[in-house]
Write a protein that binds this ligand. Structure first.
Ligand SMILES: [Zn+2]
Ligand SMILES: [Zn+2]
Length: 295
């Protein structure tokens, strides 16, 4: 299996609009492992559409507990279980992810008990282990190394960028963060940096459309990065390819890929991909990438 990154859900925030993109989730296939990063609504459908067998679900990482990153974690694992999952799954997430998982299983107790008794399935609660992590070393498994950096996403304090390394390849996810210079050191030399981004000209229209104006604007400006700022991190980190993801706004008819590219080009001249749901970025070959979202 060639190493690849698939952007399953590319929008920032939990809202859905007709025909629009889905909240945050990604698939990273590296060194023979299929790794899910964040579980926003739509992650299960996105994985199936990307050709992943849910039966072999293995490693899941959650960057923080905002719903657009965690809402479908339980339903993903549960759907994999009903699809025949019989091997262990490990969920790595910030403190509190274990609470989410236990309460999800409680909420689904009727269905879980009845499928164990009626269909002879293994106990889903025994298949899943939860590993709550903080900043620093997260995991070391069969040549895969994962590290975390606490980023700046107030009022959420446990929000972590993640760095995945295997066989000399590295992919870094910024998670949700305001412009955060230490991220450049954390992402140093990575093959791919997946960085969140918002576009200034779209924020006012988004705020007007959403209806809780001032508070939303305040949250966006203090907790997220502009595309130009993502470009600065990429430049300072000396990465090979920048992927703009968690786009805000992601579904404004007046904002297209060229607007995102123009914003990033103020600070980053290197390889660039603007995320779209289902877009594949190849990791084999230092700077290969596929899809129309590449520029
Ligand atoms: Zn988010
Ligand atoms: Zn968030």
């Amino acid at each position: 299996m060639p190493d690849r990154l698939v952007l399953l859900g590319s929008k920032g925030g939990p809202a859905l609009r007709p025909g629009g993109p889905w909240p945050s989730s990604s698939l990273l296939e590296i060194g023979g492992r299929a790794i899910v990063v964040d579980c926003g609504l739509g992650v299960t459908r996105g994985l199936v559409d990307a050709g992943v067998s849910l039966k072999v679900l293995d490693l899941i990482f959650i960057t923080h507990l905002h719903s657009d990153h965690v809402l479908e974690l339980g339903p993903l694992i549960h759907t994999a279980w009903t699809a025949g999952l019989a091997t262990p799954v490990t969920v790595f997430g910030p403190p509190g992810v274990g609470h989410y998982w236990r309460r999800f299983c409680q909420a689904m107790e009727f269905d879980i008990e009845i499928r164990i008794a009626d269909e002879g399935r293994p106990d889903i609660r025994e298949l899943v282990s939860v590993d709550e992590f903080g900043q620093g070393h997260v995991a070391e498994q069969r040549g895969l190394t994962v590290t975390a950096l606490r980023v700046d996403h107030p009022p959420v304090t446990d929000c972590f960028a993640l760095r995945f390394e295997h066989g000399g390849k590295s992919v870094v996810f910024s998670a949700d963060t305001a412009f955060f210079p230490p991220l450049a050191h954390f992402a140093e030399g990575a093959d791919i940096l997946v960085h969140e981004a918002m576009l200034e000209e779209g924020i006012e229209r988004l705020v007007a459309r959403t209806g809780n104006g001032a508070r939303l604007r305040e949250h966006l400006l203090s907790s997220h990065s502009f595309a130009e700022e993502a470009g600065r991190i990429a430049r300072d980190a000396g990465i090979k390819r920048l992927v703009l993801n968690h786009l805000i706004p992601a579904d404004d008819a007046e904002i297209g890929e060229l607007d995102w590219i123009a914003a990033v080009r103020k600070t980053w001249a290197g390889d660039l991909t603007i995320a779209r749901d289902g877009l594949v970025v190849e990791l084999s070959g230092a700077n290969a990438a596929s899809g129309e979202g590449t520029a």
